[in-house]
Design a protein around this ligand. Structure first.
Ligand SMILES: [Fe+2]
Length: 704
């Protein structure tokens, strides 16, 4: 099955922590979770005391700022952006604090100052602090500013002791947990600065600047592939499809594999973050909103899992690289993530690990080798953040604790059906996922897991304990099953489909993790949890639908909503097929012009569309049992999603943009192709969620 795996660019499937959660959840009265921590950190009015706050800052590797420090910044200030070439950023706000970030580009000093103000002219400064900078953190710094007002917009800036300043950043605190106003935020993933432009951010900024104040975004949820660690150099490859290869980064110690390069040292990983942050649209976005980041696969390694990499079908130990990846993430993406190995305010202090083969796995597929465990535990990414009354954002890590997918192993090769590229009988993928003996697998194995046992128990606990209207799962990997109905192909087009019924697309994709999704859906059903919604990226395509494990002919019982955002710029599955799928292939009509129809309506619609070019006629032949869980799919879509979570409904807007081959010089980032809105009313316990789709502008063509 490995041979059918996607190519790198179209990848679809690439302590103090309790204190942190204690603060996040501090005002959820009656919650049993973190009870001890709550009493420890809560001061008056549900906020931490200054002392507790400083301990919390230390736990995430940030200097704590609370009010105006005695060590005052210089009175004179002059903007000198060139000294801070990666700009400024903020991250993971709660209702009284937020982390501020910058990097000093010309390291001649060991201290920076930061100021936070009510206004962009800094006439009402509310907080200031000094923070050390050093080579140990590549001159990056993190300051957790506390004592701020909830749901409030602040300006911030960094400066050197002689008053040379960064650009001015803007950040926003979360609303108070009792605040009943709607929460609006964007979610994004998969920006590839080596192969495309970040026009989607420009569009997002343009629209937000013009929106009424109460309709502006509160934050940007970044669901991973913030960087692509695979880099092509122009001398190795000038173009990718219709895309120009940009010469954005050179790895000092890179390893060349095929025609691309991968990082091998901490400085290599740092170099790719710096290169990406020189993109003006990405940098402006980070200066405008707090980001809430989570890594996906490419922050570490394309086909990596735990502390291992896979290239050319072979797994190799890569614990040192996993730690480098985590350290670079910590340094460049401000987030409330625990680092068990460090007590430093400003440096990561990596655990010492060696690349050591991982040969023993526990009953959940977790490699027990000590370096593997040390590497994956060096930065704990999963966490819950709260926005007002309506949003608990529960973010999980799909790469550090995941077991290896058996579809990657050569024993699965007999499942391949060359006539149906990428398609497998659903029952085969069920068996593969469940660990049953199949193909050349003679022994049973544990079911596939993305989350791992410990994180999954934590996740389910968070879901059950949440009192927010909407329990939003920030899961970098898409969950909606991708399937097709080749059993309905007319005879004679190609070989007869050998499956018992439907086909699923292979891939390291949560859609194929049937057992784990089933476990989660059953848990939600059993505990009567409502308001569950999944937000994902990774698939490089827009999807809106309903979360359910079983599809017809089994009983379809949705328990929540699910949305996948198109990539910011990385090429998607339709683009890849347009360039690589043979034009004379008997199934060309299914996989290229009709790909979106194939996933939502089925083969008969594709064939009709190929014959007549008439979309309405094609939809008349829709197979209603194929995808009752999908209301929108665009395998060629780029752009971003916007969520509005209110007391009675959740709306998700997809803003589609043209393929971002080059940077738009327009202030709005270029035209949009469509804007579609999905709306679900909050459902009561025992009811099923329903999604209603509305096209607001543009033409989503075959996506509906
Ligand atoms: Fe991606």
């Amino acid at each position: 099955m490995y041979a059918a795996a996607p190519r790198p660019h179209e990848q679809v499937g690439g302590i103090f922590a309790n204190l942190i959660n204690g603060v996040v959840n501090v005002s959820i009265s009656g919650s049993k979770r973190n009870r001890n921590c709550e009493s420890e950190v809560a001061g008056k009015e549900g906020l931490p005391s200054r002392r507790s706050f400083l301990r919390i800052a230390a736990a995430i590797g940030a200097v704590g700022a609370w009010g105006r420090a005695a060590d005052r910044p210089p009175a004179k200030w002059k903007e000198r952006r060139e000294l801070f070439p990666e700009g400024v950023a903020s991250g993971d706000p709660d209702h009284h604090s937020v982390i501020l970030w910058t990097r000093l580009g010309d390291p001649k000093i060991s201290k920076l100052y930061v100021e936070v103000a009510e206004d962009e002219h800094f006439t009402h400064i509310v907080s200031s602090a000094s923070t050390p900078v050093s080579a140990a953190a590549d001159w990056t710094c993190r300051v957790l500013v506390g004592g701020l007002k909830p749901a409030h917009v602040y300006s911030f800036r960094f400066m050197t002791p002689d008053g040379s300043g960064s650009r001015v950043g803007r950040t926003i605190t979360a609303p108070d947990p009792g605040d009943s106003r709607a929460v609006r935020f964007a979610f994004v993933s998969c920006q590839n600065a080596n192969q495309g432009a970040q026009n989607a951010y420009r569009r997002m900024i343009y629209e937000d600047e013009r929106a009424p104040e109460n309709e502006r975004l509160g934050f940007v949820l970044h669901l991973g592939d913030f960087i692509y660690e695979l880099v092509w150099y122009p001398e190795d490859r000038k173009t990718y499809y219709d895309r120009r290869i940009r010469d954005i980064v050179r790895y000092a110690h890179g390893e060349k594999i095929d025609d691309f390069h991968i990082p091998t040292t901490l400085d290599d990983y740092r170099a790719v973050y710096k290169a990406y942050l020189h993109d003006p649209d990405l940098q402006d976005a980070r200066a405008r909103w707090p980001f809430v980041p989570m890594w996906d696969n490419h922050e570490f390694s394309w086909q990596g899992f735990q502390g291992m990499q896979r290239f050319s079908g072979k797994v190799r130990p890569a614990q040192t690289r996993k730690v480098f990846a985590n350290q670079a993430f910590f340094e460049f993406q401000p987030a409330r993530m625990a680092r068990p190995s460090s007590k430093s305010l400003e440096t990561f202090d990596p655990p010492a690990v060696k690349d050591t083969p991982v040969t023993k796995f526990d009953q959940h597929g977790l490699g027990e080798e000590p370096n593997n465990l040390a590497a994956i535990n060096s930065l704990r990414g999963y966490r819950t953040l709260r926005w007002g009354k309506h949003v608990d954002l529960i973010i999980t890590d799909q790469r550090s604790y995941a077991s290896d997918y058996r579809g990657n192993l050569p024993q699965s090769d007999p499942l391949d059906i060359p006539e149906f590229p990428g398609l497998y009988p659903e029952e085969d993928l069920y068996a593969l996922d469940a660990g049953q003996p199949i193909a050349d697998f003679k022994e049973a194995a544990p079911p596939w897991t993305f989350l791992g046992a410990t994180q999954k128990a934590w996740f389910l606990d968070q879901l059950r304990a949440s009192r927010a209207t909407w329990k939003i799962w920030g899961n970098t990997v898409a969950t909606l099953e991708m399937r097709a109905d080749p059993q309905n192909l007319p005879e004679g087009i190609t070989k007869k489909w050998r499956g018992a019924g439907y086909a699923a697309f292979a891939g390291i994709d949560f859609g194929n993790a049937f057992s784990e999704r089933g476990e989660i859906c059953d848990f939600i059903e059993q505990h009567g949890i409502t308001g569950f919604a999944v937000l994902s990226g990774d698939r490089h395509s827009f999807w809106a639908g309903l979360e359910a494990t079983a599809l017809p002919p089994k009983e379809f019982k949705p328990v929540g909503l699910a949305f996948v955002t198109g990539s910011i710029s990385a090429p998607g599955g339709l683009e890849a097929r347009e360039h690589t799928f043979p034009k004379n292939h008997p199934l060309h009509a299914l996989f290229v012009p009709g790909f979106n129809l194939l996933l939502k309506h089925g083969v008969r619609s594709c064939l009709e569309y190929a014959r007549s070019g008439d979309v309405a006629k094609a939809r008349e032949l829709s197979n209603p049992d194929l995808a009752p869980h999908v209301s929108f799919v665009d395998m060629g879509g780029h752009g971003y999603g916007v969520v509005r979570a209110a007391s009675d409904s959740l709306e998700t807007e997809f803003v589609g943009i043209p393929r971002p081959l080059e940077r738009s010089e327009r202030p709005d980032g270029g035209p949009i192709t469509y804007r579609v809105r999905s709306r679900a009313n909050l459902w009561a316990k025992g009811e099923r969620p329903k999604l209603k789709l509305e096209v607001i502008e543009g033409d989503p063509k075959l996506s509906i």
